[in-house]
Design a protein around this ligand. Structure first.
Ligand code: PLP
Length: 379
């Protein structure tokens, strides 16, 4: 039987063995409620505190600036609604055309209740224009929300510059950093970010755990009321998942971006090999300023969906865009915003993870070459 070659790590990642190991006791014998005042609960609370400390360290934040949520989508929506509630008189928000669905859909909702939304455009490489951002700011702007790195094309956005601009205008700045964690050194103080979102399942922790960083001096209005997380997010803590996320972050802190460098080497090796073996290839995004693991790539005359299915028949898994959108047959909003020629070129996204090997990449490129030859011969 063919073994799985999983190349869709921007969609989700495998929960690592180290992470699973630290989680398991909290799904069985260590089931105390961290809010309980007896030792069976208090010990659990201590483990949550350890996880919180690790995340604060990774972001150069303070421990009390970290709120655990159910996912990054919740963190994104909470951050946006927090800005809206902080400044009820200001009804303008700036974002980009290439954000994650959880941001775009929240913007649509806010527009429906009277907000004005500015979506910054991107050029054909997916880059935003800082001058356009500066021009968009008005006295009515309550929030700038821009991602640190794009999930489809991998572009890294100039967060430090945006943070400076937002601070100078006294506007709240939220950054969706889901794809950046573990790949870009994040420093919330240096980046002047007020709110930032993270997700566990992109860094080899489980699905269903997220983080919202909120700067100490930013007033906070919860989305889910209750006493947990210092009255900022109600609901009994998802103990095992928080502890798992803490471990995943500890692994990132200890490895000093070694995995990231390996992924970049492997991605560059893969792209070079593809270009050497297959003609009429386009690689999308800001080539010199992309995430280490991401390759959005198209082959002239080859339909991405057909390619995906043929790769799947060899147990090789890639995506045709963002996995969160893959049930929707519409073209990717990111590549549409880049004005990509989606008639002649139909991109797949290959996103590597820490478990991918050179051997897997060699098998993938070989299969890719033969599938594309078959499709092109058939015409
Ligand atoms: N933001 C970005 C950029 C993402 O890629 C994703 C997930 O794909 C999310 C937010 C949502 O994360 P979660 O699945 O934890 O809600």
């Amino acid at each position: 039987m063919l073994r799985n070659i999983y190349l869709d790590n921007n969609a989700t990642t495998k929960c690592s063995d180290e992470v699973l190991k630290v989680m398991l006791p909290y799904l069985s014998n260590e089931y105390g409620n961290p809010s309980s005042i007896y030792s069976f609960g208090k010990e659990v609370k201590e483990e949550i505190t350890k996880a919180r400390k690790n995340i604060a360290k990774l972001l150069n934040a303070d421990e009390n600036e970290i709120i655990f949520t159910s996912c990054a989508s919740e963190s994104n929506v909470t951050a946006i609604m927090n800005a809206v509630r902080n400044y009820p008189e200001k009804k303008h928000i700036i974002t980009t055309k290439v954000e994650h669905a959880s941001i775009i859909e929240t913007m649509k909702y806010l527009k429906s209740i009277g907000y004005e939304i500015t979506y910054l455009s991107v050029d054909k490489y997916g880059r935003i224009n800082i001058e356009e951002l500066k021009k968009a700011i008005t006295n009515n702007t309550c929030l700038i929300t821009i991602m640190m790195a794009n999930n489809e094309i991998g572009n890294i956005y100039p967060i430090k510059e945006i943070g400076k601009i937002a601070t100078a205008h006294n506007i709240l700045f939220h950054c969706d950093s889901v794809q950046a964690i573990g790949k870009i050194k994040i420093d919330v103080k240096a980046f002047k970010v007020d709110m930032l979102s993270l997700s566990g399942h992109k860094i080899n922790a489980p699905k269903g755990i997220g983080v919202l960083y909120i700067k100490n001096d930013v007033p906070f209005a919860p989305l889910i009321f209750g006493h947990q997380e210092n009255n900022r997010r109600g609901g009994t803590e998802n103990v095992a998942y928080i502890i798992g996320l803490g471990k995943a972050v500890e692994l990132i802190l200890n490895d000093n971006y070694e995995v990231n460098n390996q992924m970049q080497e492997l991605r560059d090796y893969m792209e070079k090999k593809i270009k050497n073996n297959i003609t009429d290839v386009i690689i999308y995004g800001d080539i010199e300023n992309r995430l280490s693991n991401t390759s959005s790539i198209a082959f002239k005359g080859v339909n991405a969906e057909e390619l995906l299915l043929m790769l799947e028949s060899f147990n090789i898994f890639v995506s045709t865009g963002s996995a969160c959108n893959s049930e929707i047959a519409e073209p990717s909003h990111v590549l549409t915003a880049c004005n990509t020629d989606l008639k002649n070129y139909s991109p797949i996204r290959v996103s590597l993870g820490k478990y991918n090997t050179k051997e897997e990449i060699d098998i993938f490129v070989k299969r890719l070459e033969s599938i594309i030859n078959t499709i092109r011969k058939r015409g």
